[in-house]
Design a protein around this ligand. Structure first.
Ligand code: ADP
Length: 215
């Protein structure tokens, strides 16, 4: 099962990716989390990426393509994957097509979680995140329910970076969906409901894939 997950910042991608990961036992490959791990470890790449993420801008295609190429050739992704956060630009999409061809793999479904901009702004303002497991929580929550860690605010969830992130997503990444629409791969999911409603829609969208694979 090879899935791509799309949705603007705050659309609930992380939550649905976690659900899919436990449901299908395939890795959740989140390029944002990978970049934040590089930043936390203080690697040269992390040092380069830190101000870019803080400003809500995109890291260069070359860096991101190299990162995903390394990740997809690791053994755990041979069973399948959920990629969240890539490809975000057309050159990234083209590079991923080439890589998938070389790995003799194809995408099964591209899921797009649609949420109004107003609702995105509401969800992101004051959102807190667990630095250990990346689960997100509403403002005022003290600790992570899963592992008890003290919650923090993501640097790019601060007010000044939130709007640029949504704008760049709409301008650069939404057009990438058209790349997959031609192949009839995109399922649009209404991301405005409850988490359970959205999970049901997400699972319904991938069920035909499961049926074909087990038939
Ligand atoms: P969100 O979807 O909430 O903005 P992510 O965790 O997916 O958050 O990404 C955080 C940041 O990491 C992005 O704003 C961008 O700076 C960087 N990033 C992640 N993936 C990519 C990518 N494919 N291309 C360029 N930049 C990326």
């Amino acid at each position: 099962m090879n899935l791509l997950l799309y949705g603007a910042p705050g659309s609930g991608k992380g939550t649905q990716a976690n659900m899919l990961r436990s449901h299908f036992g395939i890795p959740h490959i989140a390029t944002g989390d990978m970049l934040r791990a590089e930043i936390a470890a203080g690697t040269p790449l992390g040092q380069k990426a830190q101000p870019i993420l803080a400003a809500g801008k995109y890291v260069s295609d070359d860096i991101m393509i190299a990162m995903i190429r390394n990740r997809l050739t690791q053994p755990d992704s041979t069973l399948g994957f959920i990629i969240d956060g890539f490809p975000r630009t057309i050159p990234q999409a083209e590079a991923l097509d080439t890589l998938m061809g070389r790995l003799r793999r194809h995408f099964d479904r591209v899921l797009y979680l649609k949420v109004d901009t107003e609702e995105l702004l509401r969800r992101l303002s004051g959102r807190l995140v667990c630095p250990q497991c990346q689960r997100t929580y509403p403002p005022g929550t003290a600790a992570c329910e899963a592992d008890g860690s003290a919650l923090v605010q993501r640097e790019d969830d601060k007010a000044e970076a939130v709007k640029p992130r949504i704008e760049i997503y709409l301008q650069k990444t939404i057009p990438v969906l058209d790349h997959y629409r031609g192949e009839n791969l995109v399922s649009e999911i209404d991301g405005m409901g409850t988490i359970d409603d959205i999970s049901r829609q997400v699972l319904a969208a991938v069920t035909p894939v499961v049926k074909t694979k087990t038939a």
